[in-house]
Ligand binder design. Structure first.
Ligand SMILES: *Cc1c(COP(=O)(O)O)cnc(C)c1O
Length: 341
């Protein structure tokens, strides 16, 4: 089976498992785990932030960031189709108690959108806006890189209006490789950044939240409150350190493999925006007259390719460490046949 459901399906490589087995560990709740400490310092430096904390998942990273940057009842500006709105079981309402205002289209928005939709704080009826969230790469948007120059303008407007800024960078490593910009440059417009190790980097578990030291006690308290404070988690951090050494540059292969799949799909009547296929995600839509997503998923599965229905007429395929160029070429042929037959 060629499994393209997600880049989270990867299994740790032999080298990664060896690094995990050899990790020096301690109780991280006492600050005693040297491998966690090393990972946190290294990721903070890569992102150009003062401090980073290791957390179990990307969802928890997002939820902790909301607790660092908002109060219950606050309004948060976010792009359309955001993970934090669609894929976190309502956590943002349940935990941070914020409301979202969706701005822009398809995950893209501008500094002008932020200015237009930010609500006054201290107003008797309006929920004060305190935070702007950007997602890059954009999962439901097909893996595009949020325009880094617009992000700089958004950061400037947010500062002018006194708003916090958060970058959901679960796939920020993909964004950096695809755009040729450094992680620190992509993160610079934002107060707080989340990055995942368990997506394209191929780790079994782990994300980090990075930001200013002054905000991190709130982040550490939220991690504890959410049950994400761990003990000898150096075993997991070692996988992250290994991935930083071995699995970053190779993301370019995943991106080339995704383009090959997208090119095959583009030969069919399915709708795909090739310009958005910038990283390791391929999303295509099935207009009326074509089989629906469930049918495409079932046909592809019968032919040895596992993809995901992302909506009734939307399919997602994601490339990663555990699928080769040849397998992705085969997946492109299988999907094209499934769509056209
Ligand atoms: C996957 C993902 C997350 C959440 O990560 P989990 O580790 O699955 O909780 C957050 N944001 C984006 C953009 C993602 O793609």
């Amino acid at each position: 089976m060629i499994d393209l459901r997600s880049d989270t399906v990867t299994k740790p490589t032999a080298g990664m498992r060896a690094a995990m087995a050899a990790a020096e560990v301690g109780d991280d709740q006492y600050g005693d785990d040297p491998t966690v400490n090393h990972l946190q310092v290294r990721v903070a430096a890569l992102l150009g932030k003062e401090v980073a904390i290791f957390v179990p998942s990307g969802t928890m990273a997002n939820q902790i960031a909301l607790k660092m940057l908002t109060q219950p009842g606050d309004d948060v500006l976010v792009g359309d189709e955001a993970h934090i709105v669609w894929h976190e079981a309502g956590a943002s309402a349940a935990n941070a108690g914020v409301q979202f205002t969706v701005i822009g289209q398809g995950g893209r928005f501008t500094a002008a959108d932020v200015r237009a939709k930010a609500k006054a704080r201290g107003h008797v009826v309006q929920p004060g806006t305190t935070l702007v969230c950007v997602e890059s790469t954009h999962n439901r948007g097909g893996g595009f890189v949020f325009d880094p120059d617009e992000a700089i303008k958004i950061g400037a407007v947010a500062r002018e209006l006194g708003l916090g800024t958060y970058l959901d960078g679960a796939r920020l490593f993909n964004a950096a490789v695809a755009s040729g910009r450094s992680l620190a440059a992509l993160a610079a417009p934002f107060d707080v950044v989340g990055v995942a190790l368990s997506k394209g980097l191929g780790c079994p578990i782990g994300s980090l939240v990075a930001g200013p030291a002054v905000l991190m006690p709130r982040g550490i308290a939220a991690r504890r409150r959410y049950g994400g404070a761990m003990r000898q988690s150096g075993i997991l951090a070692a996988a992250g350190l290994y991935a930083l050494d071995h699995h970053v540059d190779r993301l370019a292969d995943d991106h080339a493999n995704a383009r090959a799949i997208a090119a095959a799909v583009a030969q069919t009547p399915a709708l795909i925006t090739m310009a958005d296929v910038q990283t390791n995600i391929v999303i295509f839509h099935l207009p009326a007259g074509l089989p629906d997503a469930a049918t495409i998923v079932a046909r592809a599965h019968a032919a040895g390719v596992h993809v995901q229905a992302f909506g009734p007429r939307t399919v997602r395929a994601t490339t990663h460490l555990d699928v080769s160029a040849a397998e992705c070429a085969e997946a492109g042929r299988v999907l094209a046949a499934a769509i056209s037959s």
